[in-house]
Design a protein around this ligand. Sequence first.
Ligand code: FES
Length: 115
Amino acid sequence: MMHFVDVCALQDIPNGKHRAFVIEGVSILIFRINNEVHALENRCTHLDFPLQGGRQIGSTIVCRKHGARFDICTGKAVVGPAVDPVRRFEARIHHGRVEVQPGKTVVRHLFRKAI
Ligand code: FES
């Protein structure tokens, strides 16, 4: 059965920012956009560079390596060179705490991009 893992207090993530956590062995970025949270794997699907520290522009994050941009809400690559979506996880706010379902990938890689 899938379970939510307590990650941090909502106030630990400033609005419009993200923080990285290792949750059950997976590096996951938690993004806060107003009073919503979203969780993506901390890995660009272009060449596996960490997305942590990338510039957040609205509801997108830019990879620092080659500039691919991903939709934080869906994980979809919206600007290349990345094509595949980033894995996305269920995330929620529960009593002022951020919780993630690390075992439940919302969007899966259907195929790997040839390098
Ligand atoms: S590794 Fe992210 S755009 Fe190339």
